[in-house]
Ligand binder design. Structure first.
Ligand SMILES: [Zn+2]
Length: 124
């Protein structure tokens, strides 16, 4: 089990990652919007909600979009007190491993085993 202090550290870590991604996403979106605005006119862009802007951008950047999803899922597991539980063997995931890879859902042993299977499959 994580201590309350470790939980706070992980939450801060996840929130920092999320703001970094959203900031990068927003600057990419501004560029796209500036071009679109000339083409389709200003009014329709002003009507767009923030949520729509994010989803527009998230379609543009699959990699970031997947990461944001993983971070949100990790935050939910953190809130549920389940972030340090391996989804495969239900053993606790170490705090150090969580700080290094906060979006992980597997303990080190299960992750290694899975990577080995994937490596063997890709050799075929
Ligand atoms: Zn495991």
């Amino acid at each position: 089990m994580l201590t309350p202090d470790q939980t706070d550290q992980l939450r801060a870590h996840l929130e920092a990652e999320l703001s970094r991604l959203v900031a990068a996403a927003t600057s990419a979106l501004d560029f796209t919007m500036d071009r679109d605005r000339d083409r389709i006119g200003r009014d329709s862009m002003d009507d767009a909600t923030e949520e729509e802007l994010y989803s527009t951008k998230l379609r543009l950047h699959d990699r970031e979009s997947r990461l944001v999803g993983k971070i949100r899922a990790a935050m939910k597991r953190l809130a549920d007190g389940a972030i340090d539980e391996c989804e495969e063997c239900a053993e606790p995931i170490g705090f150090k491993r969580l700080m290094a890879r906060p979006v992980t859902t597997l303990c080190f042993e299960c992750k290694s085993a899975r990577e080995q299977v994937e490596a063997e499959e890709s050799n075929e």
